[in-house]
Design a protein around this ligand. Structure first.
Ligand code: ABU
Length: 490
């Protein structure tokens, strides 16, 4: 790289403009090269190395921290190598995670955010970003179906924290004394969630001092959750999931809302994964009843392809977030500032400093419009349907569910030739359980494609394919199946 100098030659060094421009131009070339490579099917999804290999250093790429400054040239090499040994989550054949894709406008938004390097706690340091956040939250609330009189929210670090907020707020709503007097002042609380819901519900119960054992885990039928009665504890909260992590299933939101209404329970909808479907005229009916929720988790960094992280907690009751979390630190939230201090939204948060997660979503919304997001979501669900159709036609694969997927999750087993004649039962299950991890291991070594697997309940390890990357085409799905067959031929 043509960039001779060291960090102290860059701005704010006097006369550092040229060096800074040169350095950033070289960096853009690296990032542009990476973005181009990520979209090329001939390139690898990953170049896997074990932790000890990366720690030992590879071809001049050292993780160790020096005492003396490296040259800018070396810094650029470090940037290039960091991307080289990472995983290309924007590659059309990356099926491993709910968040994937590489949206160029989203990336631009994240760059701009880092360049602005500000904090979301007060209007005085984030005037534009805070208004953008407000507008986004308002828009998302109206898409959920809340009236203009309702609605509040905040962007926070991921679906788990959004879910934690929902339990925190529900508890405060019913027992505001908890804020000052703690859990000792409360009856023994319990909450409900389904067995296929995200583990963050139990984690939040543990973090909030409710206790993970006081989460009543409701059994599901094949796809749908239903509520059981609970004795001896005081229930206050029900988590319904719109798009479960593994199966992509939707709980019956209206039925759950009826029960919550009848028993005065807080209804939360974890739509971290399924929320994106609200953008699609074709699929939003799967979330019917979400408008009756007291709070909603929605992760635009999943189905809407916004670069990580971008997660919102939406709250129907205005003012609750602030009441529950505010501590009015006088060094930040002075009431006698020369502007409308209701825009100092930092005290709504359980954090102090808060990253700007809203801007990249705002910019993408500008670039695509609501319709563009809808088209993107539809495409991902069409891909899921295509995979489902292919799997149905093949005898070397078995679907975990016979029905068409509700979301973009498709779960299946590959049955290698050596297992095809075996009768159903323990021995076959034992051997089938080993198939997905073995294929995944080979897949990582080869780096041609990436997909996740897991066991669930009585089901032995199966592959979960998820589609959230608009770059993925049917040819990538054909490739995935052929590659699994190739890697699992024995
Ligand atoms: N619940 C976080 C996302 C998990 C996944 O990508 O599979």
């Amino acid at each position: 790289y043509v960039c001779v100098g060291v960090d102290t030659d860059l701005l704010p060094a006097s006369g550092g403009e040229e060096m800074t421009l040169g350095f950033l131009q070289e960096l853009v070339k690296i990032l542009f090269g990476y973005i181009c490579k990520s979209s090329q099917r001939s390139s690898k999804v990953l170049d896997f190395h074990h932790p000890h290999q990366l720690k030992d250093g590879l071809e001049g790429f050292s993780l160790n921290l020096p005492d003396q400054p490296e040259t800018l040239e070396q810094i650029l090499v470090d940037c290039r190598d960091t991307l080289k040994y990472g995983v290309s989550t924007g590659h059309p054949r990356f099926f491993n995670q709910l968040s994937s894709g590489l949206d160029v406008i989203g990336v631009a938004g994240e760059w701009l955010t880092s360049t602005a390097n500000t904090n979301m706690f007060t209007y005085e340091v984030s005037p534009v970003f805070l208004l953008m956040e407000e507008i986004l939250l308002r828009k998302m609330q109206s898409i959920v179906g809340w009236s203009d009189d309702d609605g509040d929210g905040i962007f926070c670090p991921g679906g788990t924290i959004s879910n934690l907020y929902s339990i925190l707020l529900a508890r405060y709503h019913f027992y505001p004394e908890v804020k000052t007097r703690g859990m000792g002042a409360l009856p023994q609380l319990a909450l409900f969630t389904s067995e296929h819901s995200h583990y963050s519900v139990k984690k939040s119960a543990a973090v909030l001092g409710i206790g993970s054992e006081n989460v009543a885990v409701v059994k599901c039928d094949e796809r749908w959750a239903y509520l059981l009665s609970l004795q001896g504890l005081v229930p206050f909260y029900v988590n319904a999931t719109a798009g479960t992590t593994v199966y992509g299933a939707f709980d019956p939101l209206n039925d759950i809302a009826d029960i919550c209404h009848r028993h005065t329970l807080w209804m939360h909808v974890d739509a971290a994964w399924g929320g994106g479907l609200l953008m699609s005229d074709r699929h939003r009916m799967k979330l019917q009843g979400i408008e009756r929720a007291c709070s909603v988790t929605w992760n635009p960094h999943k189905m809407m392809g916004v670069p990580l992280q971008c997660s919102a907690i939406l709250v129907k009751k205005k003012g609750l977030l602030k009441e529950c979390n505010e501590f009015c630190a006088e060094y930040l939230f002075q009431m006698d500032k020369p502007y409308n201090v209701s825009y100092d939204t930092g005290d709504k948060s359980i954090q102090c400093g808060r990253h700007v997660d809203a801007f990249k979503l705002w910019l993408m919304w500008k670039a695509k419009g609501s319709e563009g997001f809808g088209t993107q979501v539809n495409k991902c669900l069409e891909n899921a349907e295509y995979l489902y159709d292919q799997l149905q036609m093949r005898t070397d694969f078995e679907l975990v569910f016979k029905d068409k997927p509700e979301h973009s999750n498709v779960c299946f087993w590959y049955i290698p030739p050596s297992l095809r004649g075996l009768p159903l039962g323990t021995e076959r299950d034992k051997r089938l359980h080993q198939v997905a991890p073995q294929i995944k291991g080979r897949m990582m070594e080869k780096g041609s494609v990436l997909i996740g697997y897991q066991p669930l309940g009585d089901k032995v390890n199966f592959f979960r394919c998820v589609f959230s990357n608009p770059a993925t085409q049917q040819e990538d799905i054909d490739f995935l199946l052929d590659e699994i067959v190739w890697l699992g031929h024995d």
